[in-house]
Design a protein around this ligand. Structure first.
Ligand code: ADP
Length: 477
């Protein structure tokens, strides 16, 4: 049995802005189910939702700041959650990374440096909690200073650093390094210095005992100049300690047989009932209710990474065909505005909902026929897995976790029951358009379509497999 301190800047259902939140809500639970003693540590943001009781555990002083630690429980698990309470840093309205106006918190470096220092104190059992970690599992740049600071400790726990998205690195001007009072021995190009800047993520990439990322393909891609953000050299150097472990999904929350958000429950033996969900979605979104028209779904942060612009280019051309689109997301205002303008011009073809809406996300997964993920890069991606589980055929680009979880529909893969989606190669509008046309053709072939649905719905995307891989990684350190 290992004592695992899981360190994250977000975790579902307390607070979530993206895939990291899903992982941090699920993996600790799956590890606990494998008999491990897991603690999850999060900042106590104002926006955090708590479930059940929250009690005071301890307080400590770090960097001339006094910090309280509260304890609560991760729902439906025996994972204890430690919330780091510092109202000046975490007590204001906004999300974990952005203030209410949508700008990066101006003190993000200070906020997450404090979070890292507290984590080290807890991991080393210096926070009066009478608990010492064997493994400290850090996630993304917000936790990057933890392995760096731990490296100075005697008899320290082992550290693992997981990259959920290398595009976000926590880069700050060099003067922050000094104002944060970090040990001078970290300020080297083979430490946390990155071209004259302070790089939080390098704290993880340089000093963690093991590095993981969330798919095999992404683990390879980040070692190339194209997706390595100038960290590909370092990652190649650490290649022997770098592993890809695909994320699971929460199969209780994302289960069409029990999902309370959707109009009609169904499973692999009753896929026809998906039509009820389609009609309900069309009605809800004000699209003509017609089972014969294929409905495309998309749920995403509206940013360039997700290939939204690839789709925008061809949408008007696609509208010449009998198709409907149900889009949900928020992000770059330029994308939001263009999509909303198109929706206003083609109300019978396109519904656009700007915002974050868990319930609608489930209804789109259940009601759409086809799901779009034309990402330029995608470390793992979640929605392509949800889609397969809901019998909604994903169209994905051949990258990262998308490449690892969706099998392209070719004559042989359809025949041998392995196909579960449509995969395209190039990140350009023409290739996406070709993939969409290919999916529309397949959609006409009821027999082949059903095979794809059955294959997707039969796959095991649960966390158990991935949690076992993490456990054997911990055991190997
Ligand atoms: P990323 O972490 O890059 O945003 P992922 O696909 O890994 O992408 O995870 C995104 C998660 O957030 C998924 O669970 C997805 O359904 C959810 N999500 C994204 N945007 C929205 C939205 N507007 N409404 C509801 N859920 C959303």
């Amino acid at each position: 049995m290992k004592k695992i301190l899981f360190v994250s800047s977000e975790a579902h259902p307390f607070i979530k802005t993206g895939g990291l939140g899903d992982v941090a809500g699920s993996l600790p639970k799956a590890l606990a189910e494998l008999g491990q003693e897991v603690r999850l540590i999060l900042p106590n943001y104002k926006a955090i939702k708590t479930f059940g009781e929250l009690h005071f555990l301890s307080s400590l002083r770090v960097d001339n700041m006094s910090v309280n630690i509260f304890e609560t429980q991760l729902p439906d698990s025996n994972v204890k959650v430690w919330l780091i309470d510092q109202p000046e840093y975490f007590g204001l309205a906004g999300n974990p990374y952005l203030d209410e106006a949508g700008n990066d918190w101006s003190n993000n470096a200070e906020r997450f440096a404090l979070f890292c220092r507290i984590t080290v104190e807890i991991a080393m059992d210096r926070a009066h909690l009478n608990w010492r970690a064997d493994i400290v599992h850090c996630n993304d740049w917000q936790t990057g200073l933890v392995p760096a600071l731990l490296s100075f400790e005697q008899n320290r726990p082992a550290s693992v650093f997981t990259i959920h998205n290398l595009a976000y690195q926590g880069l700050f001007p060099a003067n922050k390094f000094y104002s944060l009072n970090l040990p001078g021995r970290l300020w080297y190009p083979d430490g946390v210095e990155f071209h004259g800047m302070l790089s939080f993520i390098k704290g993880g990439l340089v000093y963690a005992d093991r590095i993981t990322t969330v798919s095999h393909t992404y683990a390879q891609e980040i070692q190339t100049p194209e997706l390595g953000y100038n960290l590909d050299g370092l990652l190649t150097y650490r290649n022997n300690s770098l592993f890809g472990i695909i994320n699971g999904i929460d199969t209780d929350q994302w289960n069409p047989a029990t999902d309370n958000y959707i109009a009609e429950h169904y499973d692999v033996n009753s896929i026809d009932k998906k039509a009820v969900n389609k009609a309900s979605l069309q009605q809800r979104l004000g699209l003509p209710v017609d089972d014969s028209i294929p409905v495309f779904g998309l749920i995403s942060r509206l940013v360039e990474q997700k290939g939204i612009d690839l789709l925008l280019d061809y949408l008007p051309e696609l509208f010449a065909m009998p198709v409907q689109f149900a889009l949900l997301g928020s992000g770059d205002h330029a994308f939001e505005n263009q999509l909303q303008a198109l929706a206003a011009a083609y109300p019978e073809k396109l519904s656009v909902t700007i915002g974050y809406n868990e319930g609608l996300a489930h209804s789109i997964e259940a009601g759409a026929d086809i799901f779009l993920m034309p990402s330029r890069f995608e470390p793992c991606g979640m929605n392509q897995m949800y889609s397969q589980r809901y019998g909604t055929i994903p169209i994905v680009r051949q990258t990262g976790g998308l490449a690892d979880t969706v099998q392209d529909a070719l004559p042989e893969t359809i025949a041998n029951h392995t196909a579960s989606g449509v995969v395209f190669n190039e990140a350009n509008p023409g290739s996406l358009f070709e993939a969409i046309k290919r999916a529309l053709l397949l959609y006409q072939n009821k027999d082949a379509w059903r095979k794809l649905q059955v294959q997707g719905m039969s796959k095991d995307f649960s966390w158990q497999q991935s949690a076992k891989q993490y456990l054997s990684l911990y055991e190997g350190i």
